[in-house]
Design a protein around this ligand. Structure first.
Ligand SMILES: Nc1ncnc2c1ncn2[C@@H]1O[C@H](COP(=O)(O)OP(=O)(O)OP(=O)(O)O)[C@@H](O)[C@H]1O
Length: 282
């Protein structure tokens, strides 16, 4: 089953914060494409992903899964269609890898059902896709950060969702596994999945994503085809870097040349130049 995911006029505010964290976001991700969510630290990417996954509710606006408002889709059905791979977090769990991956099958199983052959096959495929075959009996606590991240990905894949949402899925991965995972997302999109991925690495986004939305302080700076969105101007204005963007063999490549200006979130100057401070140092 293929399903699109849309966010309509999404607003998200929290008490005590004068400006909204998300301000009137219109978002669309469609089957067959990998859509990147890009933006500097604190621009609202994770918040938007959580709202799109139904983990958080917008202050106003709505998310639509296919042609239905997400809030009208029963929780269990939602879990069958939507898989979310969160940023890897430390956990006290002492499960084996196989048990973690099997969590992805829960939405497909009745409460007291044993694992079906289809469940087992989905878990095996999930682990194989991320190169973790043979680790089924390893304890979670003994895995490295990157291995945990790959098992999280295997769990999301075992869920066999129509829509896959990933929050910085490559931040612990070595270079080979970064490319392997992004390439896998490409393949899954080719099979009809709707894929949304938060990325900091603009080169990976350029190489593997079809579309992108760039957030800046909770607002949409640009959205559309990746080549239209990742421009030197956008990179200068939003990320504060000078970049050269080239296209070779139909592939987009981003080369960061340097930093242009301090980011708005830069730490305040360390030196206090007030007369009182000078007096205190004498
Ligand atoms: N519950 C909350 N209360 C107050 N501020 C919040 C809350 N949740 C998020 N924020 C703020 O909203 C902004 C957006 O956060 P979010 O985690 O969505 O950003 P992000 O783009 O994913 O950042 P990063 O790239 O650093 O992961 C940040 O300034 C964050 O501090």
């Amino acid at each position: 089953m293929t399903l699109s995911l849309r966010g309509e006029h999404l607003m998200y505010s929290v008490r005590g914060r004068p400006l909204p964290i998300l301000d009137d976001i219109e978002f669309t991700a469609v089957p067959g494409q990998v859509t990147a969510l890009l933006g500097p630290n604190g621009s609202g990417k994770s918040t938007l992903l959580h709202i799109l996954a139904g983990v958080a509710s917008p202050t106003s606006g709505q998310v639509r899964l296919g042609d239905r408002p997400l809030q009208d889709v029963p929780r269990r059905e939602r879990a069958r269609h939507l898989a979310m791979m969160e940023q890897a977090s430390d956990t006290d769990t002492d499960l084996a890898v196989a048990d973690v991956v099997a969590l992805g099958r829960l939405p497909h199983r009745a409460r007291l059902d044993l694992e079906s052959p289809r469940d087992v096959a989905a878990c095996t495929r999930g682990l194989s896709s991320v190169g973790m075959t043979g680790t089924e009996h390893r304890r979670w606590q003994t895995l490295s950060g990157g291995e945990r991240q790959r098992v999280h990905a295997a769990r999301a894949l075992a869920q066999e969702p129509s829509v896959l949402l990933l929050d910085e899925p490559t931040n612990h991965l070595d270079i080979r596994h970064q490319h392997q995972l992004l390439s896998l997302l490409n393949q899954l999109a080719g099979d009809g999945l709707t894929v949304v991925v938060v990325l900091h690495d603009l080169s990976l986004a350029a190489q593997y994503c079809d579309r992108a939305m760039v957030l800046d302080s909770g607002r949409v700076h640009a959205a559309g085809e990746i080549a239209d969105v990742l421009t030197p101007t956008a990179l200068r204005q939003v990320f504060g870097v000078d970049a050269q963007i080239t296209r070779a063999d139909g592939r987009l490549a981003v080369q960061i040349l340097g930093v242009t200006a301090p980011q708005p979130t830069a730490l305040p100057a360390l030196r206090d130049s007030s007369p009182a401070s000078h007096a205190a140092h004498r």
